[in-house]
Design a binder for this molecule. Structure first.
Ligand code: KIV
Ligand code: ZN
Length: 391
């Protein structure tokens, strides 16, 4: 008998309230942030990055409120590798049941030279000292090497080794500018596993931006190479082209669990509701063809697809709408739809027609569909009334 391989658990670190909120037009008020945090807890994410405590008093207060409102999830605040930032981050999260300080510094030559104006050796020293300091306040410390994907690997290995020695529990490898590709990112994470001698003492996290549309693919590559935490946002909101979309990563892992041998703790039935909540509070609607949560993600218009769907939904659906919390399947009726789909809808609407009457209505339906993009239930009912009389 074939032995069943154990599933590895991937942690989901949600940064909708920090990196997501940083994107233009996505700011939220205190009440909205608390509502989002409570929904993220229902979604069962492992970590909520609630904000950047030093950024403003508003951010500080909302992190503090979230820290006391949620119970079953780790709450993190971001901080630069500066004592005042770290202290403020800790003040904001310390009442959480599971607080985390997330501190970062840039490690690529381009960032160190032009942004930090610091020498690599000084960056290494600062990162190590700040992790040591954070560790005096809090047990759970995440360190991020900003712009890691453009950092010289040898330098990245050294800095990771040093911060882990200083007490980092999680080391995060951000693709800050969305520059890497799945093959390259896989090699980077493998390289870290093979070259950082104490890496087994920390969790490897990844944080991918979507500038080349590769954030989800890069995150999946990273877990294949050994990362066990993924940072992401609901609906993929975030700076520029956004961050890796939580719903896409979770459903890719869930749908292909036999391939990845991995799971998350996410209650996938909460995905759609969470997406709607984020759209509502940020005022940013998701595009119709957005994977998992877009209006058309489970809609089937062509006749062949509709026929297949009605015979067995696995023909054209790799997951069910119900699995992400959508309660009705959307067979959109339009000019590409066939008789099967029309008959099914007519029956659902409570009508039984003879084949002859169905033929009549189908002809009228096609004429109407040539003029209208989408045929609604009320159009079908009107056709039935007109052609078949009151049935
Ligand atoms: O994109 C990035 O590098 C970040 C870090 C601060 C984690 O958001
Ligand atoms: Zn980011």
């Amino acid at each position: 008998m074939k032995e069943k391989k154990a599933m590895n658990r991937i942690k989901i670190f949600d940064t909708t309230l920090r990196d997501g909120e940083q994107s233009p037009g996505c700011s939220m008020n205190l009440r909205e942030k608390i509502d989002v945090a409570l929904q993220l807890e229902r979604l069962k994410v492992d970590v909520i990055e609630a904000g950047f405590a030093i950024a403003s008093l508003g951010d500080f207060n909302s992190i503090r409120e979230i820290s006391s409102a949620v119970r079953d999830v780790t709450v993190a605040s971001l901080s630069r590798a500066i004592p005042k930032d770290i202290q403020t981050a800790y003040e904001a999260v310390k009442i959480a049941k599971r607080p985390r300080i997330h501190t970062f510094i840039a490690t690529s030559d381009i960032h160190m030279t032009y942004k930090l104006k610091m020498k690599p050796e000084d960056v290494l020293l600062r990162a190590t000292d700040m992790v040591k300091y954070a560790k005096t306040l809090c047990e759970d410390i995440e360190f991020s090497a900003e712009d890691a994907s453009r950092t010289r690997p040898e330098f990245l290995y050294r800095i990771l080794e040093s911060v882990i020695k200083a007490g980092a529990t999680v080391v995060n490898i951000p693709d800050t500018v969305g520059y890497t590709t799945p093959d390259e990112f896989y090699r980077l994470i493998k390289g870290i596993k093979e070259n950082v001698s104490n890496i087994h003492r920390a969790e490897i996290s990844v944080h991918c931006h979507n500038d080349l549309g590769l954030a989800v693919a890069n995150s999946l590559s990273a877990i294949s190479a050994g990362a066990s935490q993924i940072e992401c946002t609901v609906n993929g909101i975030g700076e520029r082209a956004g961050n890796a979309a939580l719903e896409e990563i979770v459903m890719a892992i869930d749908t292909r669990k036999d391939f990845y041998h991995m799971t998350t703790n996410i209650d996938t039935k909460q995905i759609f509701h969470t997406s709607k909540l984020i759209s509502k509070v940020t005022g940013n609607r998701v595009q119709n063809n957005k994977a998992i949560v877009g209006e058309n993600a489970f809609a089937h218009e062509s006749g062949i697809h509709q026929h297949g769907m009605l015979a067995n939904s696995s023909t054209y659906e790799i997951m069910t709408p119900e699995s992400v919390g959508i309660t009705k399947n959307n067979l959109v009726l339009g000019k590409h739809s066939g008789r099967h789909a029309l008959l099914e809808r007519i029956n659902t609407l409570g009508y039984q027609l003879s084949t002859e009457k169905l033929d009549d209505i189908f002809t009228e339906f096609k004429l109407l569909a040539d003029k209208k993009k989408v045929i609604y239930d009320r159009d079908i009912e009107a056709l039935i009334q007109e052609k078949a009389g009151k049935i």
